[in-house]
Design a protein around this ligand. Sequence first.
Ligand SMILES: CCCCCCCCCC(=O)SCCNC(=O)CCNC(=O)[C@H](O)C(C)(C)COP(=O)(O)OP(=O)(O)OC[C@H]1O[C@@H](n2cnc3c(N)ncnc32)[C@H](O)[C@@H]1OP(=O)(O)O
Length: 206
Amino acid sequence: MSTVPSGGNRPRSAARSPALTPPADAIAPVRHPDAPAPGELLGSHYAHCFGCGDEQPHGLHLQARAGEGVSITAEFTVRPSHQGAPGLAHGGVLATALDESLGALSWLLRVVAVTGKLETDFVRPVPVDSVLFLAAEATAVSGRKIFCSATGRLGSPEGPLALRADALFVEVKVDHFIDNGRPEEIRAAMADPDQVRRARAFEVNP
Ligand SMILES: CCCCCCCCCC(=O)SCCNC(=O)CCNC(=O)[C@H](O)C(C)(C)COP(=O)(O)OP(=O)(O)OC[C@H]1O[C@@H](n2cnc3c(N)ncnc32)[C@H](O)[C@@H]1OP(=O)(O)O
């Protein structure tokens, strides 16, 4: 059963881009045997990540928990520093929260993947100080492509639907970051044995 609650007045599949619809030969996502147990906090994949990093003073500090199957939940409190219009969250910040939640599915699949496409519906305004309850789920896998969806609800996991997203993540090798990142941050990350171990462990996905 899907753990990402549906919402809104129209079927999501009717509106999303064709690239976000899995091909007919896509397979169901498989939860890795070593995935964290349902309810377990997933931690941050990188301490300086804007979405989840503990050491990122400007970040969202999103904390995700493993759900059943290949799903996660996360909570995000909207702060005054996240405003776009007076008293309301900025859409780009909300898209970041969705992106990070979807990215956290990597912990359950144990693959390294980056966002290729992210499509977001902003269904209702999100006031400052509200707590967004995010839920994300991988829905299909086709080769390196991971299809996934997320929702954000206001105030509780059953609260009014505020956000909805469909995304395509693409599996990459750790070299993606080494080849494309800035040398300073790459050097610092490579000097952290935990970071290297985590990334390499994800790369080998039996
Ligand atoms: C350690 C864990 C780290 C987790 C980080 C999580 C942080 C939160 C998530 C993020 O924000 S990640 C940062 C934002 N994303 C990026 O910076 C990615 C930038 N884009 C790229 O690096 C490349 O475009 C990408 C790796 C996504 C794909 O390039 P590749 O050369 O590896 O693959 P290719 O272009 O052949 O695409 C593979 C498949 O995906 C499809 N694809 C890729 N991008 C697409 C797109 N945008 N729309 C539709 N389809 C897309 C592509 O058509 C193809 O489909 P087929 O296999 O069916 O031919």
